[in-house]
Design a protein around this ligand. Structure first.
Ligand code: API
Length: 310
């Protein structure tokens, strides 16, 4: 399906710079990448960086706007064209987000800050990445960086060297996993069959397993053929999500590393598919859509009242 993004929306005019200090209201723009939704908040509008409590309140599905995370940017990047900070709905900060980066690229295009078919850099906690909005079909390509399987990089404790085909027992289930990082940590469980139930039942235990000092994102991966995999996802700091770009990147890199897939891999997720290319050095290029949901003003009441249960 063509994802035509059409003419730049009229509602995306230049920022007014009305920060939270002026009337206490904050503008937001909400998008999703294959059902993995994010709220974009511009620092020029919000003033200071959001606290973990404020992130939790905004992302809460009942007491707030509801979101799988917050994209706080653009900053004047110290290493790239646009600085970006990525927050999970539990208030923790993530090094990278593949769906988040496509959404942020789309937001920058909507705001007239980048042109179609012109690559630009985004500076994240997990390193500088390069993105481009395709004018013809509205898809977005992100060069996500290079995957490492080294225990010290992920990190994973108790192992030296690459984390490949390692045993782990979770709730009495003997599993085999590979570890990977693309700036954020991933635990890719190798499965003959996958289900959302598996992610919901085992995801949190793996996310918080002590062998992952920084916690981890979790994928349950089924290899379909040498160019196709399917994953179910449990995200660090977010729980079950319908899609995850960094999870797709890590899973595809693992499939390539253990020799069961070639370089071009279609990754199926409950929310849709991403095209992943795993290069010889395990650098990753992903391409997929980003769709706009809404824009508006957050009420100041989001910042007060009874905090949502963590
Ligand atoms: N929860 C992830 C960040 C978001 C990843 C996901 N939404 C994506 O699209 O890559 C983490 O703490 O590393």
């Amino acid at each position: 399906m063509l994802h035509t993004i059409g003419p730049r929306p009229l509602d995306c005019q230049a920022k007014t710079g009305a920060g939270r200090g002026k009337g206490g209201q904050v503008q937001f723009h909400k998008y999703h990448g294959l059902g993995n939704d994010y709220i974009v908040i511009d620092p020029a509008d919000a003033g200071e960086v959001l606290s973990a409590d404020q992130v939790r309140r905004i992302c809460h599905r009942n007491y707030g706007m509801g979101s799988d995370g917050i994209l706080f940017g653009p900053f004047a990047g110290s290493r790239g064209d646009f600085g970006l900070r990525i927050f999970n709905p539990d208030g923790s900060e993530a090094e990278k987000s593949g769906n988040g980066l496509r959404i942020f690229a789309r937001y920058l295009w909507d705001m007239g800050l980048v042109d179609a078919d012109a690559p630009f850099a985004i500076d994240t906690k997990g390193g500088v990445v390069h993105a481009m909005v395709h004018g013809a079909d509205g898809l977005i390509t992100v060069d996500m960086g290079t995957v490492s399987f080294e225990a010290a990089d992920i990190p994973v404790t108790g192992i030296t060297g690459e984390v490949l085909n390692q045993p782990v027992c979770v709730k009495g289930r003997d599993l085999v996993y590979c570890g990977a990082t693309i700036g954020n940590p991933h635990c890719v469980v190798l499965c003959d069959e996958i289900s959302d139930q598996m992610a919901l039942e085992l995801g949190s235990s793996l996310e918080n397993d002590p062998r992952f000092p920084n916690r981890t994102n979790v994928q349950f991966m089924k290899v379909i053929d040498r160019n196709t995999i399917a994953i179910e996802i449990w995200e660090r700091g977010a729980g079950y999500t319908l899609a995850s770009g960094s999870s797709a990147s890590a899973s595809a890199a693992v499939a390539r590393r253990i020799g069961v897939c070639d370089q071009s891999i279609i990754v199926h997720m409950p929310g849709g598919t991403l095209d992943i290319t795993v290069k010889d050095d395990y650098s990753i290029r992903l391409t997929g859509p980003a769709a706009k949901i809404a824009m508006g003003t957050l009420s100041t009441e989001v910042w007060s009242g009874t905090p949502p249960e963590e």
